[in-house]
Design a protein around this ligand. Structure first.
Ligand SMILES: NC(=O)c1ccc[n+]([C@@H]2O[C@H](COP(=O)([O-])OP(=O)(O)OC[C@H]3O[C@@H](n4cnc5c(N)ncnc54)[C@H](O)[C@@H]3O)[C@@H](O)[C@H]2O)c1
Length: 275
């Protein structure tokens, strides 16, 4: 169902690894809504992932960029403007990786080199993307940058490890850079705090299955799917959300404002053998 909400708009989508990726679904939705896009991911992900399949479906060019490398990002901005024939209207930052999570190193016994990598890849990279775009004047006025976050930035979910700190940084950069970019160029910057979603990054977090089901039981609307998240991204790229910036927007079926749900209480009662 297309409304051509992004007709005439151009954008860059970071982070499509395979068909489960939120970025993959957003790329398809953006093109269906009339946008022209460039796809990008880290060089290693381009070799291991399936991005070329997506590029064919989206009629899009793929440009490699490690989101921690300013040189790669500067090149990406220039090349994207060449390929798309002008400035961008939207960017999706859909990037997350923690070497500590990957290696199952506990938070209290963290490896600090890994920790810094987590912050760089999953948090600071948003600053680098925004700085690179601003330097190149690559985004049109009223353009929209969206990054993906998780509620562990506000509340503790132990298995989320140092990614929680990276998401807190990501949300802070959204406010700080959003302020600057808003005054300078009327560019909007927001994060979407998404429900647990079954993807490569999501499933890598320890205990993911348990908190996926826990969130499903807690949320009045259930967990928001990857497709729902893609649609929300489209609305934030569109002109219908022109005055939203510097926000962390919960897209979680009501999870963030629910203390406990009756169905979870019933499950716990049943587990405890209560009537
Ligand atoms: N899946 C979930 O439960 C969930 C929930 C809330 C937020 N998020 C966030 O959504 C975003 C997308 O993740 P996903 O769930 O679609 O998983 P995914 O694994 O499909 O996507 C993560 C992407 O980050 C890319 N990436 C890693 N290091 C990079 C680097 N140095 N440079 C450029 N790209 C790099 C990967 O190649 C991959 O494409 C992440 O920010 C994630 O934290 C996910």
């Amino acid at each position: 169902m297309s409304h051509q909400l992004l007709k005439g708009k151009k954008g860059i989508i970071f982070g499509a690894l395979d068909e489960r990726s939120i970025a993959w679904k957003t790329a398809l939705a953006a093109v269906a809504e009339g946008a022209e896009i460039v796809l990008t991911n880290a060089p290693i992900a381009l070799r291991m992932g399936k991005i070329n399949e997506l590029a064919t479906q989206c009629n899009a060019k793929v440009i490699a960029a490690d989101a921690t490398s300013v040189a790669d990002l500067d090149n990406l901005m220039q090349k994207s403007m060449e390929v798309l024939g002008g400035k961008m209207d939207f960017i999706l930052h859909s990037i997350g990786m923690s070497p500590n999570v990957r290696k199952s190193i506990e938070y209290t016994n963290t490896n600090y080199d890994n920790f810094l990598k987590t912050l760089d890849i999953s948090g600071l990279s948003l600053h680098k993307v925004l700085q690179s775009a601003m330097k190149a004047d690559a985004i049109n006025e009223w353009g929209s940058v969206v990054a993906l976050s998780y509620i562990a930035a506000q509340r503790t979910f132990p298995g989320y490890n140092d990614m929680a700190d990276a998401k807190a940084l990501l949300e802070s950069i959204t406010r700080s850079f959003g302020y600057q970019y808003g005054f300078a160029k009327k560019v909007r910057v927001n994060t979407i705090s998404q429900s647990p979603t079954i993807t490569t990054a999501g499933s890598g977090v320890s205990g993911f299955d348990v908190f996926y089901h826990y969130a499903e039981k807690m949320s009045p609307l259930g967990n928001a799917s990857g497709e729902d998240c893609a649609n929300f991204c489209i609305s934030l790229f569109s002109d219908y959300t022109r005055m939203i910036t510097m926000q962390n927007l919960f897209h979680d079926g009501g999870f963030s404002n629910t203390g406990v749900s009756q169905r979870l209480i019933e499950d716990l009662n049943a587990a405890n053998g209560a009537v």
